[in-house]
Design a protein around this ligand. Structure first.
Ligand code: IMP
Ligand code: MG
Length: 178
């Protein structure tokens, strides 16, 4: 299945599952190497990063913990700019090494909001792991330590990412056809 239809849009495969899996495993190895002995807390940003988080965690071999936070900023195919925290962070993050696990950093506004929230929690270290980054759309100066793949500005779905709530279930990533 090389193209899919979601509502009014057609999407074509742009990153096959095997490539995603290879890059996710590479990121996990970098984290295993860099954060050994630090008992990192992976903070997965729902909904989009659920697949990335699951696959990443399967390759993490150092002692670690995982938890979930939920934010919302996107409707349809363009950022609304308003970000509301839906589910807060319940863990005590004092003196912890935290790794934010995101599906995609687009403008960076969502990540900035999350960083502001975490900034008041007396963390020891904070790192960002993002499955995807669209460097051409980044508005905020962010240090993203772990990036699986850098992609062009086009809208994508699959592997956790949605168009209007649908398309999260595919193992491949698809780009919208013009
Ligand atoms: P930002 O705040 O502009 O960086 O947007 C971040 C959020 O928008 C991501 O966590 C995604 O949920 C969503 N998003 C950004 N680009 C895409 C895309 O191409 N497809 C689906 N969702 C996207
Ligand atoms: Mg997201």
């Amino acid at each position: 299945m090389n193209t899919i239809q979601i509502k009014d849009k057609t999407f074509a495969v742009s990153i096959p599952a095997a490539v995603i899996q290879r890059e996710v495993a590479r990121v996990a190895e970098e984290i295993n190497r860099d954060l050994a002995g630090k008992n990192p807390l992976f903070l997965s940003v729902l909904n989009g990063s659920f697949m990335f988080t699951a696959d990443l965690m399967k390759h993490i071999t150092i002692p670690c913990e995982v938890s979930f936070v939920k934010l919302a900023s996107y409707q349809g195919v363009s950022s609304t700019g308003t970000i509301k925290e839906v589910i807060g962070i319940n863990e005590d993050l004092t003196n912890r090494t935290v790794v934010i696990v995101e599906d995609i950093v687009d403008t960076g506004l969502t990540m900035q909001r999350l960083l502001e929230t975490l900034g008041t929690r007396s963390l020891k270290e904070l790192h960002i792991a993002s499955l995807l980054v669209k460097p051409g759309k980044l508005k905020i100066d962010l240090n993203i330590a772990y990036v699986a793949m850098r992609i062009p500005n086009d809208f994508i779905v699959g592997y956790g990412l949605d168009y209007d709530g649908q398309g999260r279930n595919y193992p491949d990533i698809y780009t919208v056809c013009e």
